[in-house]
Design a protein around this ligand. Sequence first.
Ligand code: NAD
Ligand code: ZN
Ligand code: ZN
Length: 346
Amino acid sequence: MRALQLTDPGVVEIRQVPIPSVGPTEVLIKVGAAGICHSDLHLLHFPVKMREEPLTLGHEIAGTVAAVGSQVAGIADGDRGVVYLCWSCGVCRECVSGNENVCEAAGRTAMPPCPGLGPDGGMADYVVVPARAFVPIGDLDVTQAAPIADAGLTSMHAIAGVREHLRPGGTVVVIGVGGLGHVAVQILKAISPVRVVAVDVGAGQLQLAADCGADAALESGPDTAAEILAMTGGRGADVVLDFVGVDATAQMSVAAVAPNGAYRMIGLGGGTPGVTAEPAGGPGWPWGASVRKSYGGTRSDLIDVIELAKAGKVTVATEEFPLREARAALDHLEAGKIRGRAVLVP
Ligand code: NAD
Ligand code: ZN
Ligand code: ZN
């Protein structure tokens, strides 16, 4: 089969590799679509090899079951689904509490094994996954479903964690209206009464935000936090979801969040927010606000966002590329030219 593999830092190639064999508790999936996440760019630019042997990329996977391990029950050939990307242990206290995204087996700062980031991923004709990671999608189109596995999941999780802040008359700022952000705007509009203010550097992305139901769209810059304060009576936004995570957006988030508000870091741009323990009376961090670095999501979050997609309340804007054009798709994403999510179709 063909697989898009990271062979050296910065180098991806389509290589011919054997179709993986299926262990007793695994399923083989014939990939229908695999989304390209900005994290794939972070991986591509990672200065050292992720692992010694070439790594097949792709952690947003949808497809059809092609073979089932001998001990797997309840999944049959031909079933359609997505791959839940937290391959957690399933038995630690966090996992049994439903917090599989922070599985204890992963350690303090790592994440549970994730296809395309350690084990081989789904930018290939086939991928083998733990049967537990297979989540059915019903009739949902596979190009829609693939981005739901991460762009949907991660956005849903960040929003689920701020539910108590989503009140009528409240304001949520979404910074970065790319693959994740444009889904986040739709989830917010689908499940809550808040005003959504989208922020991006690109005119096309700001238009996409409006198309997704955002109530306002602001060009990202040094004055954006002041504009958000002006829109909220000087108080700030109840929630700021930062899907970029560079210094500029981290500092914007700190300057724009309301007292008792919630700032969530989802983007992994390495930015430093500068949350300080200064006394009141100056710029900086308001009383009572919280910050959380949000990773992936729970299986329950994934099911929630699949249901929103099935109900037509979340529609991913996709740009399809054949697998052989993966490099061009990655370059388009890097150049900020993708509207929504780029999806590879084998
Ligand atoms: P994307 O490239 O599709 O979207 C990023 C968006 O941010 C683009 O629309 C871009 O124009 C915009 N942007 C860039 N600089 C900006 C700025 N200064 N101000 C405002 N907007 C700006 O990326 P994506 O796939 O949506 O991923 C977003 C981030 O989230 C990446 O860093 C990715 O690695 C990370 N991510 C994190 C998790 C997690 O679990 N925490 C999961 C998936 C992705
Ligand atoms: Zn991702
Ligand atoms: Zn666990």
